[in-house]
Design a protein around this ligand. Sequence first.
Ligand SMILES: NC(=O)c1ccc[n+]([C@@H]2O[C@H](COP(=O)([O-])OP(=O)(O)OC[C@H]3O[C@@H](n4cnc5c(N)ncnc54)[C@H](OP(=O)(O)O)[C@@H]3O)[C@@H](O)[C@H]2O)c1
Length: 302
Amino acid sequence: MTNPHSSDLRRSPVTVLGLGPMGVALAGSLLAKGHAVTIWNRTPSKGDGLVAGGARRAATVAEAVSQSPLTLVCLNDYATTHEILDPAAEALSGRVLVNLGSGTPAEARSAAAWAAGHDVAYLDGAIMVPPPLVGRPDAVFLYSGSPGVFDPHRETLASLGDPRHLGADPGLAVLHNAALLDLMYATMNGFLHATAMVASAGVSAVEFADLAVNWFMPTVIDATLIAQAPSLDKGDYPGDLGTMEMNANALEHITRTSVEQGIHAGQPRLMRRIAERAIAEGHGGENYLAVFEIFKKPEPAE
Ligand SMILES: NC(=O)c1ccc[n+]([C@@H]2O[C@H](COP(=O)([O-])OP(=O)(O)OC[C@H]3O[C@@H](n4cnc5c(N)ncnc54)[C@H](OP(=O)(O)O)[C@@H]3O)[C@@H](O)[C@H]2O)c1
């Protein structure tokens, strides 16, 4: 038996503010799932395709938000979001606002405080996929803020992808977004630098990618990151199978190889400096994961 309540919510009207590549994808996905969609964008013509597909274009932000119980805002930053929402605060009062733009935890908490001050129910969010993947059931969307706001709108948010609620602190979604992108950029840079190293001897990226991924997944992801995550939580870094001193030495070899091969050496040099800091702080006899203790604190002044 279907739940008529959740079915109503799934089809409930949604307003989308901001029609960059991501806003267009959000509105398009909602239209495709059968929601009545109202759109607003500073440059109205970017919504022409959505209007042709059945969206209603509002002339002002206040008019747009008054058409739906739930508004998604997806702009370039929080400063712009405040700029366009301030004049529409009265129209938003008593409704739900979900901010899907990127920012920092402090910006998210300040937006939540602004919303609370105007009687607006607020969720902060982060989109973990590019626009073409929006709407797929496995497209990860992170949310944070009151569960009392998230739970009744889960079905509507599921029209965009897989909604994950991380907790009541509104800063958690963008915090996780920054953490995952930190991981992504560090991993991509690691791969790109390694590929530049073998390219210096004429090895193709295609040939190296096969070797690299098949080594990296079992050795680094499975045996180290997944298997040893509990040790990070405990701060337990036994060095019986390899010490920080040994790893600093490996990083020195990587730096020297980079120089010898005539490629950029800044990245391994930075990693070597971080390992040296760990040794200076007494982690020389522990394993490499003790670098976690260095990352948990601000950088020391030069
Ligand atoms: N694209 C992605 O792959 C992706 C993936 C995950 C998350 N995100 C996040 O989604 C958000 C939107 O990204 P996006 O790719 O759609 O493009 P974007 O360039 O970050 O944002 C474009 C939107 O911001 C509006 N805007 C910029 N300055 C404005 C101003 N002063 N006043 C009013 N509106 C202004 C644009 O309006 P106009 O059209 O009038 O210029 C447009 O609606 C960002 O926070 C981004 O980090 C994007």
